[in-house]
Design a protein around this ligand. Structure first.
Ligand SMILES: C=CC1=C(C)c2cc3[nH]c(cc4nc(cc5[nH]c(cc1n2)c(C)c5CCC(=O)O)C(CCC(=O)O)=C4C)c(C)c3C=C
Ligand code: FE2
Length: 440
């Protein structure tokens, strides 16, 4: 199929009817109350008819329900109707609130896929992602999400070091994409690590997220094959009485001290600046993905007091052990009545803090995972740690080196897979993600 034809058809049929209203809304990057706004505009669209009918039928179903719904279409809920624009200076899925469902995938190029073939793939993927994130049905749609709105779907693409060499662009490999060093105690499964291409899919509806993955998989067919896929989740929006930072599977409030979009230093910490090196990465970011299994049976046998000592924050409300509430800045110098440090020397927040790592800052935007049981009956569950930064050498790597040498949390977690990708800036509607690299 020619690019022109494909462009025309992906702009085609709406999955849900045209919006009757648009209302801007904001949400933080991680958790629901992590603070800060969005660098991308979110659209809350209210549709009627077909897309809404499926939702309206939830309670009644059957022929009667169909008749009622056809006469009085109800709007999609806010959850289904929310759309995050695909196009922009930065790719979506970085500063947006982490969705309830996430898929992380790596693909390897098939032998024979050259720069031209890779460019065609990125164009196909970008066009399909733009359509799906706007609630339109793309070419090759499986129709599994036909009745749903975009549900905050985001699709984010990245390139591994091996991608650049495979397509003959070894001279354009960013210095920041140097392989991560080996860290003490990691037990990495190489088959579930690295990869040529990275795809992150997030949505607040499980079918929408799954369908997007299937569509992208089908579009990759002749150019790339999946290398690994990991599936995770977060709390659903609206599950708590008020917006709150999410909890991880250890029960801790996780994401409190993330940098906040719009605050001083955020862009410098997370994005490669315009005029930065290499030029094709301007507006982009580097993502570190780590599959970190939690030894939940051991962790849950600790008293809450000991769990809090390991992290350095209270479990109930996330307040630092140095005092205050969740939002109170951590005071690493504070001491208790006994003269001992309020936040232990090996507490996770002390060892990971920017103050302990020459200012190292990253945006953590992960997903929990639960993949059933291991052979020994222990849960195969933990954190799909996803960290975004302008330079991993002075952010993730610096902090992880420190953590691997003295973090009290280390004995309760195992790093099982690892990957680093360069995530270019966003693209225009006429372009595709990576065009400045692949066309330049
Ligand atoms: C290399 C970076 C980090 C890894 C790997 C990591 C794993 C990890 N963390 C938690 C739970 C929490 N982490 C918290 C804070 C926190 N963690 C990192 C970095 C890594 N964590 C940073 C930079 C920070 C912020 C430190 C600060 O500035 O205070 C917290 C506290 C709440 C918060 O601020 O988010 C929790 C809880 C787990 C369970 C985990 C591996 C499974
Ligand atoms: Fe952490």
């Amino acid at each position: 199929m020619s690019e022109k034809k494909r462009t025309a058809s992906t702009r085609g049929k709406p999955r849900t009817p045209a919006p009757s209203a648009t209302t801007p809304a904001t949400a933080p990057a991680t958790g629901e109350g992590g603070g800060g706004g969005l660098s991308r505009r979110r659209l809350l669209t209210t549709g009627g008819a077909a897309g809404a009918v499926g939702l309206a039928l939830g309670a009644t179903g059957g022929a009667v329900g169909h008749a009622v719904a056809a006469d009085s279409p109800a709007p999609l809920t806010g959850l289904g109707a929310t759309a995050v624009p695909f196009h922009g200076v930065h790719q979506a899925g970085i500063t947006d609130r982490a969705q309830a469902h996430g898929h992380l995938l790596a693909f390897d190029l098939l032998p024979g896929t050259d720069r031209r073939g890779a460019a065609a793939l990125m164009r196909r993927w970008s066009q399909a992602a733009a359509a799906m994130t706007a609630g339109r049905s793309p070419d090759g749609d499986t129709q599994a999400a036909l009745d749903a709105g975009p549900s905050s779907l985001t699709v984010t693409f990245g390139f591994g070091r091996s991608f650049l060499t495979a397509v003959g662009l070894a001279d354009r490999v960013p210095e920041a994409l140097e392989p991560l060093p080996a860290f003490a105690d990691e037990e990495l499964d190489r088959a579930r690590s690295d990869g040529d291409l990275f795809v992150q899919v997030g949505a607040d509806d499980a079918l929408v997220a799954h369908n997007a993955v299937r569509v992208l998989r089908r579009l990759a067919a002749e150019a790339a094959r999946p290398r690994w896929q990991m599936t995770g989740f977060n709390r659903s929006p609206g599950a708590t009485a008020r917006p709150m930072t999410a909890r991880n599977l250890m029960g801790q409030i996780d994401g409190t001290n993330n940098p906040v979009p719009g605050e001083p230093g955020f862009d410098e910490a997370v994005f490669v600046p315009q005029g930065g090196e290499p030029a094709w990465m301007a507006g982009g970011s580097y993502v570190v993905v780590r599959r970190i299994r939690m030894l939940l049976d051991n962790w849950e046998n600790l008293s809450v007091e000991r769990q809090e000592r390991v992290i350095g924050r209270r479990k109930s409300d996330g307040a630092p052990l140095s005092g205050g509430d969740e939002r109170t800045p951590v005071d690493l110098g504070a001491r208790g009545a006994d003269g001992a440090l309020a936040i232990a020397g090996d507490a996770h927040v002390r060892v990971a803090a920017p103050e302990s790592n020459s200012g190292a800052t990253m945006l953590r935007r992960g997903f929990s995972y639960a993949d059933g049981l291991r052979e020994d009956g222990a849960p195969d569950a933990g954190l799909l740690f996803v960290a975004w930064q302008a330079d991993p050498r002075t952010a993730f790597t610096r902090v992880q080196l420190k953590l691997s040498r003295g973090d009290a949390l280390s004995q309760f977690v195992r790093h099982e897979a690892s990957a680093l990708f360069a995530v270019p800036g966003g693209c225009d509607p006429d372009g595709y993600v990576g065009d400045r690299l692949l066309e330049g």
